[in-house]
Structure formats: C-alpha cells, structure tokens
Design a protein around this ligand. Sequence first.
Ligand code: OFO
Length: 168
Amino acid sequence: MLSSKIEELLNTQIEKEGYSSLLYLAMASWAEAQGYPGISQWLYAQADEEKMHMHEFIHYVNDRGGKAVIPGFKKPPAEYNSITQMFDDVMSHEQFISASINDIVALCVEEKEYTTQNWLQGFVAEQIEEEASVQEILDKLKLVGDHNMYMFDRDIMSMRTTDSDTKE
Ligand code: OFO
C-alpha cells in the first residue's frame, strides 16, 4: 500500500510523463511540417515512449492500492526557432524529469518504501540513457551547425532505428 505522500508524487509524475509525450508530439509535428522526416520520426517515437511511461505509472499506482488520477495537460509550444533550440529544450525537459524521479526516490528512501524505490530504478536508468542520447544529438548539431541539416536529418533517422532495435 502506498503512503499518501508517495501516491501524490507518483500522480504528479503521471502528469509529467503525459506532458512529456505531448511536448515531443508537438515538436515532432513542427519538425515534420518543416520538412525533417528523420527528426520528426525520432520525436514521434519519443512521444510514444513517454506515453508508455505515463501508462506504467498509472498501472503501478492502481496496482499498489492507490488511485491514479488522469490530469488535464497544458498546451505545449507549437513553434521553435531552430532545431538546436528545440533539442536544447528536450535536454532541459529530460533533466527536469530526472530530477523529479530522483525526488520520488528520495521520498521512498525517507519513508523506507523500498518496493517503489526498486520499481523506480528502471526509470532512473532510462533517464541516464535518454539524457545521453539527447546529448549525442546536441553534439552532432554543434558539428553540423546550421549547414547540412539534410544530412543530419538522415543521420538521426538511423539513430532512432538503431535505438528501438536494441531496446525492448
Ligand atoms: Fe524521459 O522518459 Fe519518461 O521518464
């Protein structure tokens, strides 16, 4: 059985994972409209993953005797100044999510709620992977600058294919 404090934080995380999904969906749509099929493919896949994370939190709360609440979501930005700015935003958002998951882990340790702490380890590891993958994209973007976006778009397309081939 979850304590009310942990249940509340897990419910907050449901909102954050759902918003992550909408944020990446909005970015995917923007990139697609700008003519970047590779970048949008990466972001659409990312949006799907975040939706799955939201579902995992929902199931976990309900399975542990809590009540998952499906929130309303704020509207994500519809416009971006550049691909690099957009991926900078992805990185800031992922760092925010990592900090948020760490806060739940910290509360679990404080409350000696080791079952939830253990369950969250998958997300802790996932955040390391996600931040590394976004950092790789930002490093590549620094190399290509504003030139050769066409090649970068092709490159990120294969990155996502490789990612999902090796995951799950
Ligand atoms: Fe960034 O992946 Fe969800 O938690």
